[in-house]
Design a protein around this ligand. Structure first.
Ligand code: HEC
Length: 135
């Protein structure tokens, strides 16, 4: 009996510690690349919206931006081979909405983690389309 209770407590502790297990507010199914616009994505990349920090504050593209995160120059060429079974669109989606899921080597989990609530699905699609131009 007591052991059962301990087990329940332990399980809830583990689940509580696992915020990452919660599905993102915007699911990958909602990402429609058909109308995604790289131009709008580029604007959003360097302009803050809804209080979310700009991507440019932490990432370098074309020689400018912050150095907290890895440079995103050339990301279009490597995104599709980062995770086996994930194409570039899916990898970039996860990198934006759940940055802690997979950390780029040498970096820690400091990327802003609420883009899935700050932005709309169409915004995320635009950002992905923009990143896919960075070859
Ligand atoms: C507070 C700093 C910060 C902000 C703001 C930020 N990032 Fe990041 N980002 C990081 C760090 C640090 C990493 C490396 C650790 C990781 O993988 O989560 C990273 C990783 C990434 C990666 C994976 C790169 C690779 O080589 O696989 C992508 C893509 C990315 N960020 C895109 C974005 C986009 C798009 C935005 C804006 C919507 C953004 N980031 C905002 C810090 C940030």
């Amino acid at each position: 009996m007591r052991f059962g209770l301990m087990l329940v407590l332990l399980c809830s502790l583990i689940l509580a510690g696992c915020g990452e297990a919660e599905p993102p507010a915007i699911t990958f199914d909602e990402i429609d690349m058909t109308f995604a616009d790289a131009g709008s994505g580029e604007k959003l990349y360097s302009q803050s919206a809804n209080g979310a920090p700009t991507c440019a504050s932490c990432h370098v593209v074309e020689g400018s931006g912050g150095g907290i995160g890895p440079s995103l120059e050339g990301i279009a060429s490597v995104a599709g081979s980062r995770v086996s079974g994930e194409d570039s669109t899916e990898y970039l989606y996860w990198s934006i909405v759940r940055p802690a899921r997979l950390l780029v080597g040498g970096y820690s989990n400091v990327m802003y983690g609420d883009y899935d609530t700050a932005y709309e699905a169409a915004d995320i699609a635009d950002l992905i389309a923009y990143l896919q131009t960075l070859e």
